[in-house]
Design a protein around this ligand. Sequence first.
Ligand code: GDP
Ligand code: MG
Length: 164
Amino acid sequence: GLPIVAIIGRPNVGKSTIVNRLAGGKDAIVYDEPGITRDRTYRPAYWRDREFLVVDTGGLVFDDDTEFLPLIREQAIAALKESKVAIFVVDGQAGPTSGDQEIASWLRQQQVPVFLVVNKCESPEQGTIQAAQFWELGIGEPFPVSGIHGSGVGDLLDEVVQHL
Ligand code: GDP
Ligand code: MG
């Protein structure tokens, strides 16, 4: 099948905004999996003649087991397992958090190439400074983007499709 790109990150960092940016208005493909209430949706995306599927995941929280968080966590872990590339989204305006650190240490143990995307970087000058804070996550080069404006997303996709 088509290569899958998983969008991972804690709640509210802009994962769904970035998924919409990558997949445009194209229809979601929903695969039903028995016993799972929150099905993963895959959305077709294209970049430079490459076709792939983008899978959004719920906000990933490792240190809290209330409500649906364990279920969302299992879904994110399952999504990553079937993915060729992960996009780890963080919030450039919030800076690195302990939740980001936990996700980073989990991702470092996986075999999937990870792109660290620093969202909410609307200003190019500030974005560079905001992004630089995230080197401490140990995931590699942070890519400043604005999911809302679309800036930085093309540069990111140029790198991502090389790993598909
Ligand atoms: P998710 O929970 O990670 O899926 O995050 P959402 O995509 O739902 O976005 C969470 C909040 O961040 C919303 O209020 C968005 O409008 C806001 N947001 C998303 N992307 C950006 C961005 O590029 N810049 C700014 N300033 N806000 C953003
Ligand atoms: Mg979302």
